[in-house]
Design a protein around this ligand. Structure first.
Ligand SMILES: Cc1ncc(C[n+]2csc(CCOP(=O)(O)OP(=O)(O)O)c2C)c(N)n1
Length: 260
């Protein structure tokens, strides 16, 4: 990240960050900062909300109004913040465990309401912070600390889940596709409604190591190769949905202003 962007948007006094060497979270953080900067949004009009996990730590490094909440509960906090102050652009930073396991119910109901939040999922296919337990996006047969003989459960496709639940902007990108990641975030921030950007990111320490995926750079190359070639079993990336629907806060404000 350019020094000027770091000075403007990061809490440099909280650095160095806690992420392991080879973790992709810094790339996602950098893409978000770049998206915010290019849209020229007033910093005081942004509120960043995160849950708990390595990914959710990103909020602590961002020099905005931020709140680092409870595991799985970022979307409820964000919903309250948005309802109390509809002018704010509320951005949720979350992990695959945080938003699809313990927070899964909040995720689908946020989508159902089409509340104007931008949710950025750092999907590393694992519970990184707590030692590598399997998450709802851990692929079938993968090895984790809780599935040492291979994962028996199928993984969620978070984008399809959010589509079925009613989100109005949905895209997926990867840390190996930086420009498309920034573009997705800009589009999501511009959508008035529930926006979901899934960013695929390697966790070489907790996931890659157990699944013999090599070094961090090998994992990034795997993302690049599989997404570009778009083969069977590849990671499908791109914009899946960009549509308009009634937004919850607008409807809520109309509702409470009705007579009788
Ligand atoms: C209520 C509650 N349950 C469990 C935990 C322990 N915990 C903290 S982070 C985490 C998993 C985080 O995984 P994920 O959201 O995928 O984020 P990552 O660390 O991989 O970025 C868990 C289980 C907690 N802090 N609070």
């Amino acid at each position: 990240m350019k020094e000027a962007l770091m000075d403007k948007y990061l809490r440099k006094h909280n650095l160095p960050h806690i992420w392991c060497p080879g973790c992709g979270n810094g790339i996602i953080l950098s893409a978000l900062v770049e998206a915010i900067d290019s849209l020229d949004i007033d910093k005081d009009k942004i509120c960043i909300v995160s849950g708990i996990g390595c990914s959710s730590r990103a909020a602590q490094y961002m020099n905005f109004d931020t709140i680092h909440t409870l595991h799985g509960r970022a979307i409820p906090y964000a919903t309250g913040i948005k309802l109390a102050n509809p002018d704010l652009k509320v951005i949720v930073l979350t992990g695959d465990g945080d938003c699809a396991a313990i927070g899964g119910n909040h995720l689908i109901h946020g989508c159902r309401r089409n509340i104007d939040l931008t949710v950025l999922v750092f999907n590393n296919n694992i519970y990184g912070m707590t030692g590598g337990q399997c998450s709802p996006t851990t692929p079938l047969e993968s090895r984790t600390t809780t599935t040492d003989k291979g994962n028996l459960c199928r993984d969620f496709d978070i984008c399809k889940l959010c589509d079925a639940a009613g989100a109005t902007y949905i895209s997926r990108s990867t840390v190996a596709h930086y420009a498309s990641l920034v573009k997705s975030m800009k589009e999501a921030l511009n959508n008035k409604g529930f926006s979901l950007v899934e960013a695929l990111t390697p966790c070489p320490v907790q996931y890659g190591r157990r699944n013999k995926l090599g070094k961090a750079s090998d994992m990034i190359n795997l993302l690049r190769k599989n997404t570009v070639d778009n083969k069977v079993n590849s990671f499908q990336v791109g914009v899946f949905k960009n549509s308009k629907d009634k937004e919850y806060v607008e409807e809520y404000l109309k509702c409470v202003s009705k007579e009788g």
